[in-house]
Design a protein around this ligand. Structure first.
Ligand code: HPA
Length: 302
């Protein structure tokens, strides 16, 4: 029995398990999972011997409504490393319940990946960032203000698994945590060792790289000026509309996450131009070659 599937609540486990069985039957497996953000889907061109399945053909998958998100799962090797790539993701602003929104992420984890690279397109809050820069995510501020995993885990009070440790502690320890209604905290949601490797890979491949805090907002409209002012004051460096719920789930399922933001626009407090989704997608196309270069240098280090 897949150990990670066991961590999911009964009703979710059956749905996730069905998709996992289907994909395993199609030969899907990998060491590193990658979730590609808006306009960043072209990384799949760097995947050798690709096998692809449209989300719509995977049992239980809701398809994405954002136009340029192709919505495919691709498996193969990149820089010689076995990878499974989510080309397109669902966003909280699409209004789906968590069990739909997070199902593809749960499937990715239950296919057995060890590491997940969670990428996104983001606005730069930090005044030193310019469009086209990349930022390794050190930590996040989650403005969704709800627990995306509520009702989705068998042991909601289980401690967050540490690297190299079993996914669940002994039954008595679990019972004691449940009795007091507390779960162990997590000191590092994003793996600091992987973040360091990503910075190293950036230096080696000549890609400009920052390191900072990602803020996840609901959207879908971009932030109001007052919101940008607030997010800067609370020390956010980049702002987007994804990543937070997925990363929390990956970490709870014992996958090591590393986060990468591609800065597609400055989030401006004053004189902010109208920002269309198309603008974001176009700069995304510009940054995607940098991101691909970086990831190809990073993957063999994992
Ligand atoms: N705000 C929120 N999400 C985004 C932005 C932004 O400025 N740019 C790309 N995704």
């Amino acid at each position: 029995m897949n150990e990670r599937l066991n961590l999911l609540s009964d009703s979710w486990r059956a749905r996730v398990g069905e998709a996992v069985d289907f994909l395993k039957g199609e030969g899907f497996h990998g060491k590193v999972g990658l979730i590609l953000g808006s306009g960043l889907g072209n990384f799949v061109d760097a995947v050798d011997d690709p096998r692809a399945v449209d989300y719509g053909d995977i049992p239980g998958y809701a398809t994405t409504s954002v136009a340029e998100h192709t919505g495919r799962l691709v498996c193969g090797t990149a820089a010689g490393v076995p990878v499974i790539v989510m080309q397109g993701r669902l966003h909280p602003y699409e209004g789906l319940p968590s069990e739909e929104l997070l199902l593809p992420t749960a499937v990715l984890a239950c296919l057995g990946i060890e590491t997940a690279v969670v990428t996104n397109a983001a606005g730069g809050l930090n005044r030193f960032y310019t469009p086209g820069d990349l930022m390794v995510i050190r930590d996040q501020l989650d403005f969704h203000f709800n627990d995306p995993l509520r009702g989705l885990l068998t042991h909601p009070f289980a401690p967050v698994p540490e690297k190299g440790q079993p996914l669940l502690p002994p039954a008595e320890e679990l019972a004691a945590l449940a009795a007091i209604g507390r779960s162990g905290g997590v000191s590092h949601l994003f793996d600091p060792d992987l973040a360091k490797l990503l910075v190293e890979a950036a230096a080696e491949s000549g890609v400009p790289m920052h390191s900072g805090t990602y803020v996840s907002m609901y959207g879908p409209p971009y932030e109001a000026k007052a919101e940008i002012g607030m997010l800067r004051r609370i020390a956010g460096d980049a702002v987007g509309m994804s990543t937070a719920p997925e990363t929390v789930l990956l970490k709870r399922l014992g996958v090591n996450p590393v986060g990468l933001s591609c800065i597609t626009n400055p989030a401006r407090e004053t004189g902010q131009p109208q920002l269309s989704h198309q603008d974001v997608v176009e700069v995304g196309i510009m940054v995607r070659s940098r991101m691909a270069k970086l990831l190809l240098a990073f993957l063999p280090k994992v």
